[in-house]
Write a protein that binds this ligand. Structure first.
Ligand code: PGA
Length: 252
């Protein structure tokens, strides 16, 4: 049995005070979510200090949206995995398409970030996904294979045993255009088969989340697929009732 996970990526939204209100609202509603479902929130760095305690009391895990590729030193503006982990943060989102696209993150950068994450006890949520032209030209399997092979294949089995992967088709992120549940299942199954080539049966243990305009109306259909273990939620994670409603959509 793989873990079921719903993770909220708040992106660059909310002030710290608004973030506290949001986590309190999520905490208040958490009782409505089945205890087997792990809830994760990933607010901006500036909020981590003020929300980790509230989240911990409510049994909600916290992630950061990024971490530095270097351990420490003269890297103005960067935040290290050690700093993040020392706040009681458990997860780190790495390889999000917005980081790849706007901040030029490559497999090389991401390898360095994953090393930092694991060295400091953070569990990566590693994102993969194809762009619209790559989907339309039928190249999406190659793109996703490359994103897995160039990064995940460098990890040890021990590291992969705690890894989470998120499949987020770039054309579905923030666009209101969701992948169909069959499209999601096809890629989740493919990711698992690529993992199987290198890690064998361990591939069956890795939770694979779907992300991209997931909301309370489409989550049930997407979560019904056998290789979909939950969601990485952007826009809908900014409204506590929507986020909680998504977490209630796993098959009974
Ligand atoms: P979205 O974002 O739910 O707003 O499409 C998902 C993500 O980028 O993680």
């Amino acid at each position: 049995m793989r873990k079921k996970i719903v993770a909220g990526n708040w992106k660059m939204n909310t002030t710290p005070a608004e973030g506290v209100e949001l986590i309190k609202a999520v905490a208040d509603l958490k009782k409505d979510v089945c205890p087997e479902v792990e809830l994760i929130v990933a607010p901006p760095y500036t909020h981590l200090c003020c929300i980790t305690e509230i989240a911990a009391k409510a049994g909600i895990s916290v992630g950061s949206q990024n971490c530095a590729a270097e351990p420490a030193g003269a890297y103005t503006g960067e935040v290290s995995a050690k700093m993040i982990s020392s706040l009681g943060v458990k997860y780190v989102i790495l390889g999000h398409s917005e980081r790849r696209e706007y901040y030029g993150e490559t497999s090389e950068t991401l390898n360095a970030k994953l090393i930092q994450a694991y060295a400091n006890g953070l569990t990566p949520i590693y994102c993969v996904g194809e762009k619209l032209d790559e989907r339309e030209s039928g190249k999406y399997f190659d793109v996703i294979r490359k994103q897995i092979e160039e990064v995940v294949f460098n990890l040890s089995s021990d590291q992969v045993s705690s890894l989470i992967i998120a499949y987020e088709p770039v054309w579905a992120i923030g666009t209101g255009k969701t992948a169909t549940s069959d499209q999601a299942q096809e890629i989740h199954e493919f990711i698992r088969s690529v993992l199987n080539e290198k890690f064998g049966d361990l591939s069956q243990q890795v939770p694979i989340l779907y992300g991209g305009s997931c909301n309370p109306s489409n989550a049930e259909e997407i979560f019904s697929k056998k290789d979909v273990d939950g969601g990485l939620i952007g826009g809908a994670a900014l409204k506590a009732p929507d986020f909680i409603s998504i977490a209630q959509k796993f098959p009974k």
